[in-house]
Design a protein around this ligand. Structure first.
Ligand SMILES: [Zn+2]
Length: 314
């Protein structure tokens, strides 16, 4: 995903109407459409320390022609109101990117049919309320700017946003092979969010790894992910050993109490049954054995017995 912005509204000419009408069911008149231009993306470094390789911008321009825009990446039909009818790469050699390259961007031209339902959006674009756009596309590779290998792969030991020997490490997005959608973003995301994201709090990495593992398809783990996962498994193994030891002691205690109580239940049977008990069941059984002999049975049987004997003797 990348951010761009709406540039300005346009008055469609003959050529524009020709292109627009290749997408509409009936021929639209210039007054029936609202046209505007927007920057879909550029070769500037984004806040996630990623950059579209400059030679990929042409591919992006080609892929986004004909694509409809949605609100906040909600691709329901009622949201699909704007369509890109032309897209081209524009380069300005007088502007340099952070990385020192000539600034290049993908400029798209889009139209919205002037229907009642679209008037509010048109107004928002016109007034500049809606000016941020973002796009999502399929990227085959995210290469490390330092070593050239795939970032987060076994070969690359670098981390985006870090400096190595005076050079910034960033991801070069290349092999763009599909365009999913572009979207009007209601609330522009905060600048600098990528910097915060690179400092993972404890547990965040694990949560993210766990979520990815639960999802469908293959999962690629970074060095950080792997280290976090291994240390988590080590912690679990240690806890499991402690738990097993505690469980064993509960079973031993239960069997000991059973023997002491002179129960007719063979210890071997009890041990086998207790293997399948939970910790709380084991505790409950032990507690039951520990209870003093039931007074009402023994004492009442004595009185009953003596009275009975008396009665009997009479
Ligand atoms: Zn690297």
């Amino acid at each position: 995903m990348s951010e761009g912005k709406i540039l300005k509204s346009l008055t469609p000419g003959e050529r524009e109407m020709e292109l627009i009408n290749t997408y509409s069911r009936r021929a639209l008149a210039p007054e029936e459409v609202y046209c505007f231009s927007l920057v879909l993306c550029d070769n500037e470094l984004d806040r996630d320390f990623e950059q579209f390789a400059t030679d990929q911008l042409e591919a992006i321009a080609a892929l986004f022609v004909g694509k409809t825009g949605v609100f906040d990446h909600d691709p329901s039909a009622k949201n699909q109101c704007a369509r890109i009818f032309r897209c081209a790469v524009s380069t300005d050699p007088t502007i340099k990117t952070t990385l020192g390259e000539d600034y290049s961007c993908v400029v798209a031209e889009a139209y919205i049919p002037k229907t009642e339902g679209n008037l509010e959006l048109i107004e928002q674009i016109d007034s500049g309320i809606k000016k941020e756009v973002s796009l999502s596309c399929a990227v085959r590779q995210k290469l490390c700017s330092i070593c050239g290998y795939e970032l987060d792969s076994c070969e690359c030991v670098h981390k985006k946003g870090q400096i190595y020997g005076g050079s910034l490490c960033y991801g070069v997005l290349s092999g763009i092979y599909d365009a999913y959608e572009w979207s009007f973003v209601a609330v522009p995301a905060q600048r600098g969010a990528g910097v915060i994201k690179s400092k993972n709090k404890e547990g965040e990495i694990l949560d993210s790894v766990y979520k990815r593992l639960q999802g469908a398809g293959e999962v690629t783990l970074t060095h950080n992910d792997k280290a976090e996962l291994v240390s988590y498994i080590e912690r679990l193994k240690s806890l499991s050993r402690d738990g097993e030891e505690y469980r064993r002691s509960l079973i031993d205690e239960l069997v000991r109490l059973n023997v002491l109580s002179k129960s007719s239940l063979p210890p071997k049977v009890l041990r086998s049954v207790s293997e399948r008990m939970t910790i709380s069941e084991l505790k409950a059984f032990s507690a039951a054995y520990k209870q003093p002999p039931q007074p009402q049975l023994s004492s009442s049987s004595t009185t009953e017995g003596s009275r009975g004997c008396d009665e009997y003797s009479i």
